[in-house]
Design a protein around this ligand. Sequence first.
Ligand code: SF4
Length: 466
Amino acid sequence: MILLRADHIGPLEMFKIGVGPSSSHTVGPMVAALEFSKRIQSIISKNGKYKLEVELLGSLSATGRGHATDGAICAGILGYHPRLTPVKDIWNAKDLLESKGGFEADGVDGGNGFCDFRPSTDIIFGGWTLKGKNGDNKLPHPNTMRFSLYQNDQIALEEIWISVGGGFVERLGERAETDLKVFDLPYPYETAQNFIEQVMKSGLTPWDLVIANQKVLGLSEEKLRSELSEIWKTMTICIEAGLDTDGILPGGLNVRRRAKKLFSDLEAGKTPAWSEHDLRPSVYAMAVNEENAAGGRVVTAPTNGSSGLIPAVWRTLQERQNLDETTLQNGLIVASVIGALVKVHASISGAEVGCQGEVGTSCAMAAGGAVAMLGGNINQIEQAAEIGIEHHLGMTCDPIMGLVQVPCIERNAMGAVKALNAAALSLASDGQHLVSLDKVLSVMKQTGLDMNHKYKETSTGGLALG
Ligand code: SF4
């Protein structure tokens, strides 16, 4: 189902366990390929001759190699799941397909059919137009994929999928085909202002209000909390792995992992006294983003490129304020509301609006979630989220060599500090402020539309030019 309303997008949509390095360029394409691989099972039979071709278009073409999009496509084609399949198997999929020259699919006639698919020639990095029988067409989205299954050299199934950010995917035409189901929620909201009003009118905490809505959407509080516990556990494991690993990140840029050394300096009291508070969240964020850059197991928050910021802020507050796990979960629930509002009213995709949509959104989610965990009221939560976005407006996405490394890793480190400052600023005030979260989201969207194409995850401008 395509989720178009902010109140229908819950914590489990915003926080998804998957693999690095990118939610839009790795997890999304893998999910699309997985879905397509299921759909071709109703076509393939044991006696036919089949061939699969996948075109990566737009930003997926420009930065797909650095983001491991081709490897993710291969894993999805083999039926691997970004959360459930061991990371090692995911990254072996491309070599496996290359050596076998294709894959077996359950045939409709009970036998196994074989489909030719060699990643080196059948994954095409195709540029910025969608070539068709009647000429070139504009891409429906900067992150577009075309899957074509041929049977005896004729098209048997062709589908276009788009990866809209944060691991969300849509099949082109699905919006028109699907009855977009709108549920009758007890506390409906479409904007930040609606959300504030619902919290005030109901007398509920913001997280209890979301839990009540999620129940109507089919998710019990027990299930939600057990999933959030798994999500927090994955974030924690990721921080620990990053703090315990050194060496060079893959991809050819020769970026050195720094989190382990910085952390051991912190623990040994070797950093300048004034930097201890700032460095700790930064080091945690870098630990996660280094794991993400290495293709490790991470949680979208709301994307993989911005996956370090929220774990860093939560871990810092857990240590400094002795927060229990239920409070950490409540913070994630509130953060997810902010992420959903951005997704619906602006974008969480670097290819659509630049890094303001990724690290900017993550900073807003973390700031609002932090205020909620520290006992702030709904106006202070909204103010913190607004500050988090406002001071990332216009931030470009220009990763060097298309790798989610520079500037991404440090950007999460800086964002974590900003989020904590935004939370402190709003907790120190009464929540009254000039620019609303709703207003800043409309500015963010327009800024993204006005931003030159080369600054939106194409690696053709800014830092990417070296
Ligand atoms: S620069 Fe920002 S938006 Fe672009 S890939 Fe890095 S984290 Fe994502």
